[in-house]
Ligand binder design. Structure first.
Ligand code: PLP
Length: 419
């Protein structure tokens, strides 16, 4: 389209139902919060919203940590902030990799100058705590970095035992909870996770562009050892920490603490509308209740699996360790997976995902998360997939998928909000 024609065309995307691995449709309450008037970053109203957001994030992460705030940027901004602030060049880092996002942790840790050790398991499986402990014993890392739910494989790594193991070997534990926070149980304090980060665009029902982070005093101490404040805002008499300066200015957790703490040192300009979004995302989840939210995702997962199996499709990976908010399913032999995705999008306005690396062209990924995780969307998505598949050579019994999903929802008590 020419620039002149563009000037007369409003931005008007066709509505889509986003049933892939994220992003998903934002909750209208979040979009409404984002359209609220902008405020100056030191306006007491705004700093009040920053403090409120910190409190709400503590609730989401199930932590008493003093530090819970937002890193501006998509989820990987949170990952970078945690890793660049903790890793000094030459530090040993252990990364158990069970999908694409484990490789991302490796990539970022290596750029921070870490001596990275990885252990890998086949995509579609997770690690036993013993396998991770063996690797920690062998490599004695300063930091263990791991993904909770890796959307590329749809697997969720059990984390309950990891914190204790890391503490036994005096290692810090960082977890990427981008794809699980607000959809699966995730307990920072109870599981002794030292630092965790997330994003808004999955189970938190927001747009991409803000990364919640939390970390405890063990991490705070490691960061303060490297504390450096940029010239121009540095308080008189400030003495930098003895450790090496954090390589990134933008992602320097030390300076971010000074921005979110009482000092309110002007590090960056907080992304006002994204803060409104994050505050609303957290408020919506906590208002529903973490247990209810987890239950809603678990029921949708069971209904999706039942529906897909009733269509004669095979679920990918270790189903006992499947993420609740996204399901991997094999593309049947002889079916063009991309043509089916295009049919879903063009005929029904529904997006489902493909995958990466070894799973490219082998599985679809179907998500039901956050605002989209509702019975009606699960049923609509299954019906659309069934109808699309029936236009290929693959034989599907009409109506079986929806009936199987209905059966799962029908088992829920009438009071269950998943209905
Ligand atoms: C587990 C996990 N980590 C990190 C990311 C990266 O998030 P973003 O694209 O918001 O930077 C994703 C995105 O899908 C993810 O699923």
């Amino acid at each position: 389209m020419s620039t002149n024609a563009l000037l007369t065309e409003d931005l008007n995307p066709l509505p889509r139902l986003l049933m892939g691995p994220g992003p998903i449709n934002a909750d209208p309450r979040v979009l409404r919060a984002m359209s609220m008037p902008l405020l100056g970053q030191f306006d007491p109203q705004f700093t009040g919203y920053m403090n409120e957001t910190m409190g709400l994030l503590r609730g989401l992460f199930q932590t008493e940590n003093r530090w819970a705030f937002l890193v501006d940027g998509t989820a990987r901004a949170g990952i970078e902030a945690a890793l660049v602030s903790l890793i000094e060049p030459g530090d040993r880092v252990l990364i158990p990799v069970f999908g694409r996002f484990g490789h991302l942790l490796h990539e970022i840790a290596a750029r921070c100058g870490a001596e990275v050790h990885t252990i890998e398991t086949e995509w579609g499986t997770v690690f036993s705590p013993d396998a991770i402990e063996d690797a920690i014993r062998a490599h004695r890392p300063k930091l263990v970095a791991i993904v909770h739910g890796d959307t590329s494989t749809t697997m969720a790594q059990p984390l309950e035992a990891l914190g204790d193991i890391c503490r036994r070997y005096d290692a810090l534990l960082y977890v990427d909870a981008t794809a699980t926070l607000g959809g699966m149980d995730f307990r920072v304090d109870a599981w002794k996770i030292d630092a965790a980060t997330a994003g808004l665009q999955k189970c938190l029902s927001g747009p991409p562009g803000s990364a919640p982070i939390t970390f405890n005093e063990r991490v705070e101490r490691a960061v303060l050892r490297r504390k450096h404040v940029e010239e121009g805002i540095r308080p008189a008499g400030f003495t930098p920490g003895a450790g090496s300066r954090i390589q990134s200015n933008y992602f320097d957790l030390g300076m971010l603490m000074d921005y979110w703490g009482e000092e309110r040192l002007n590090h960056h300009t907080e992304a006002t509308s994204m803060l409104y979004a994050a505050r609303e995302c957290a408020r919506i989840v906590l208002r529903e209740g973490l247990d209810q939210v987890v239950d809603r995702h678990a029921v949708a997962s069971r209904a999706t699996v039942a529906g897909l199996e009733a269509m004669g499709l095979r679920i990918f990976g270790d189903v006992d360790h499947k993420m609740a908010n996204v399901t991997g399913v094999y593309i049947p032999e002889g079916v063009d997976g991309e043509a089916v995705r295009a049919g879903m999008l063009n005929d029904f306005g529904i997006e489902i995902g493909s995958s990466f690396g070894p799973l490219r062209g082998r599985i679809w990924r179907i998500g039901a998360m956050g605002y989209n995780c509702r019975k009606q969307n699960v049923l609509i998505c299954l019906s659309a997939l069934e109808a699309t598949l029936r236009r290929t050579s693959f034989r599907v019994e009409a109506g079986a998928a929806v009936e199987a999903a209905f059966a799962v929802y029908d088992e829920q008590p009438a009071s269950n909000p998943t209905r």
